[in-house]
Design a protein around this ligand. Structure first.
Ligand code: UTP
Length: 790
């Protein structure tokens, strides 16, 4: 049965899920299933399954109970092969019997006791970490409000639960992943038209099990088979034979370029041209030939996501498979990686604009977690060298001369004997790296320990190859050394943290030490009885925010964070990554503020109140509709109180505002021209515009026969929804007044706009409902409108 499920029929023949290979036809499939690799993996899978079925989970014994005592007790039910103890706390154990009979006898006995204590004996659950997200697909759900997350984390019962919550909150939903798969299919179809036999392969966070909402879609365009196709086609042309064997000929694009000798820039131009001209929904296509691996960036409007295409980058596809394997080997890997990644983002240690910059990238952070999990005692994950030894002959894989061998299936690797819980491992991570002497050692996932950096200094060659290495294994030069050196597990010449500045290294050490200190405190480990923040909430306090303010009153701030998205910058500001810093910050925040104002003023029909710079509608473009403002690529009547310098608010008076043009006419205000660092608005809302929106939207769509739109998907529709709700209530009353303060914090990709709300008049107590609605509505609406600004 299981064997039947292993084989899938595909348009190209068959795919064996067990061995992860594509097989072109039935006879080869028959050979494959009789082959060594398939049989070996089938046997291993059966072995792991029986190990799991033959084990029981035991708890309730005294902390001092030894392994032998447990073994002796359970021998009464059948021969015991192994007892794995929870090392740190001695509160549970896994007992493995030689046969299923032992498990059954132990489980059927109603009561167990040892040294006078009642034991709990349960079937062993192998918790597969579910990849599926909860909830419906919402491609635009890219933001997670920190306020809401803090609240939910505070409600959890333990740090372990909090870490699981972090995964649930950020992971890609099933719908997100399906939508990405469809986009990959679309690209595959289009590119195959022009580049026969090419392959579009996703890698990175979309597929490595560590993806978050809205993360980039990294793709490799593999042209190896196309090269072979072109070569065959050319040979048959020269020999005068009829076309290529499969009847296809080089089409116009292929006849213009020789794939074997084309430069990287030529290939990128070709990819960019296909994307621009032939893929519907793609825009903002840009070649980045200066990156370590040249790439083409693009935006895909229907999913509001950014994609990157590199060419023939097989190592990245392979290291993605490696991360997938690590994730599948132990269910603790994902929560740990998600937690560390979010911590690093909050502390501004990770996330570089446009992939370049002085911070850690997510790949490097993930490798740090994997290295730590290889280094704990007993290890949670095996080293790359050990994994290599567990692979069978058919799994040997060499790419560009680098040995990339590891087993294709998790069950080829014996389960870890480490029983630490997530909380212990997280604390351990900070303890391990706070004492780690980054400048003197090289983090290498191949070995069991960090290597002295002296082995790499001034040495053109790498240190000795481990025995049995099958491929190159000797890089002509060592990796680029830096304050932090993390060797890629396969491309041993590449320091994945080679871009890190000395300053980031100092911050990293500081934050690791602070985190380690905090993890030792009771606030970390114990839920606060007084409703104060605890556990991960404090750990996630953003860099630079006064800890007390952010921590002791987690619900005090009603704030919505809107993270930076390079895709929402105008083209000209995305061309030079080195300008990513201040220029991006001011341009992006300026655009965002303009759009936020439009959402309140025109979409939600709030009215400015005293203290809010009022503009004469005839002069300031109050008459302009949202669509005019957005589609016309300018925003008029933008009237917040604006400060040109961070933190200092300067009311923008009517005289200074856009209406004060010498001509006394409407003036186009480029939304990004002001470059504000903070803004302030005061608004009043007279109607409960948040109540019943979904139904009104549905009714309006039905009446007009328009295509269905998700919440926040169209500013025109949302304005009409608001209008409709307002019209239904003839006598408006002053429902509530509130102030809104926006600031931009962070740098690079971890930059975000923090929009804080404060009810200034809320006698009828509606503000909480309004804010709750804004938490999901505002980020989506802002993103939709930003995407329309060119
Ligand atoms: P990222 O650092 O972007 O990681 O590298 P990510 O997991 O995709 O995280 P996001 O996109 O920031 O959410 C993307 C992929 O690029 C390859 C790896 O395959 C990685 O998963 N990569 C990255 C390298 O091979 N080497 C590097 O130095 C960096």
């Amino acid at each position: 049965m299981e064997a039947d499920n292993d084989i899938q029929t595909t348009p190209r023949g068959f795919h064996c899920k067990l061995c992860d290979v594509t097989i072109p036809n039935k006879p080869s499939l028959e050979d494959h299933v009789r082959g060594k690799k398939h049989e070996h993996l089938c046997r291993l899978r059966a072995k792991r399954k029986s190990q799991e079925e033959n084990s029981v989970f035991v708890s309730g014994f005294r902390a001092a109970t030894s392994r032998t005592e447990l073994e002796e007790y359970f021998e009464h039910f059948g021969p015991v092969t192994e007892v794995i103890m929870d090392k740190e706390r001695g509160v549970y154990a896994i007992v493995e019997f030689a046969e299923a009979g032992g498990t059954q006898s132990a489980l059927t006995q109603l009561e167990h006791s040892l040294h006078g204590l009642k034991l709990r004996v349960k079937p062993r659950e192998r918790k597969e970490f579910k990849l599926t997200g909860r909830g419906k697909h919402d491609p635009k759900k890219a933001q997670v409000g920190m306020g809401k997350l803090s609240y939910e984390l505070c409600q959890a019962g333990s740090v372990n639960e909090q870490m699981q919550k972090v995964v649930e909150t950020f992971q890609l939903s099933e719908g997100d992943r399906k939508a990405r798969e469809l986009l990959v299919q679309l690209l595959q179809e289009v590119f195959s038209e022009f580049l026969p036999d090419c392959q579009i392969i996703p890698f990175g966070s979309s597929v490595n099990t560590f993806g978050v909402h809205g993360c980039d879609l990294d793709l490799v365009l593999d042209l190896e088979n196309t090269k072979a196709f072109q070569c065959r086609a050319r040979t048959s042309d020269q020999t005068g034979e009829d076309r290529s064997e499969d009847g296809r000929s080089e089409d116009s694009i292929l006849s213009d370029i020789d794939l074997a000798s084309a430069s990287a820039a030529e290939l990128l131009d070709l990819v960019a041209a296909i994307l621009r001209k032939c893929v519907p929904g793609v825009h903002k296509v840009q070649c980045v030939s200066t990156a370590r691996l040249p790439l083409v960036k693009f935006n895909y409007r229907p999913l509001a996501l950014q994609g990157d295409i590199t060419i023939n980058n097989r190592l990245a596809v392979r290291n993605t498979r490696f991360l997938q394997l690590c994730s599948a080997l132990d269910s603790r890997v994902r929560p740990l990686v998600y937690t560390v990644r979010f911590w690093a983002k909050q502390k501004q240690l990770a996330g570089n604009p446009f992939g370049g910059g002085p911070l850690l990238n997510n790949y490097a952070l993930t490798l740090l977690v994997v290295f730590y999990l290889q280094s704990v005692e007993p290890p949670v994950l095996p080293t790359v060298e050990k994994l290599r030894g567990m692979a069978c002959e058919e799994e040997v894989c060499v790419i560009d001369g680098w040995d990339c061998t590891f087993p294709s299936q998790p069950f080829s690797v014996p389960p870890s004997k480490n029983t630490d819980d997530l909380c212990t491992l997280l604390f351990g991570f900070f303890r391990f790296y706070s004492k780690f002497d980054f400048p003197s050692v090289v983090v290498s996932l191949r070995e069991t320990c960090a290597l002295p950096i002296a082995d790499f200094v001034g040495d053109e060659e790498m240190p000795d190859e481990p025995e049995g290495c099958v491929a190159k294994l000797r890089p002509s030069a060592g990796p680029k050394l830096g304050p932090v050196t993390i060797l890629d597990p396969f491309e041993l010449q590449h320091n994945v943290a080679g871009n890190l500045s000395e300053r980031t290294h100092r911050s990293l050490r500081h934050e690791l030490t602070e985190a380690e200190k905090y993890c030792r405190s009771l606030q970390f480990q114990r839920k606060s009885a007084k409703g104060k923040s605890w556990g991960l909430v404090r750990l996630f306090t953003p860099h630079g925010e006064a800890a007390a303010a952010a921590c002791d009153a987690p619900y005090r701030h009603l704030e919505i964070c809107i993270p930076f998205r390079a895709a929402s910058l105008p083209d000209g500001h995305r061309t030079d990554p080195s300008e990513g810093g201040d220029a991006c910050r001011t341009v992006w925040f300026g655009r965002l503020c303009s759009v936020v104002e439009l959402v309140f003023r025109d979409v939600l029909k709030c009215t400015p109140v005293e203290g809010h710079a009022r503009l004469d509608p005839s002069e300031a473009g109050q008459g302009a509709t949202v669509e005019e403002a957005v589609e016309g690529q300018s925003v008029e009547g933008c009237s917040p109180q604006v400060s040109a310098h961070a933190g200092v608010k300067r009311p923008l008076s009517v005289d200074e505002g856009p209406s004060s043009s010498p001509q006394g006419k409407r003036q186009r205000l480029d939304p990004w021209a002001e470059h504000p660092e903070s803004v302030h608005w005061s608004w009043a809302q007279t109607h409960p515009v948040w109540a019943g929106r979904r139904k009104v939207r549905k009714d309006l769509l039905k009446m007009s026969d328009e295509a269905s739109q998700p919440e926040g998907g169209s500013s025109t529709l949302e304005s009409r929804v608001t209008q409709h709700i307002m019209e239904k209530q003839a006598n408006p009353r002053d429902l509530l007044e509130f102030s809104v303060d926006g600031t931009v914090v962070g740098v690079g990709e971890s930059m975000k706009a923090v929009i804080k709300f404060c009810p200034t008049n809320d006698v009828s107590g509606h503000f909480q409902d309004f804010f709750h609605f804004l938490e999901s509505f505002l980020p989506k609406m802002v993103e939709t409108m930003l995407a329309k600004l060119e």
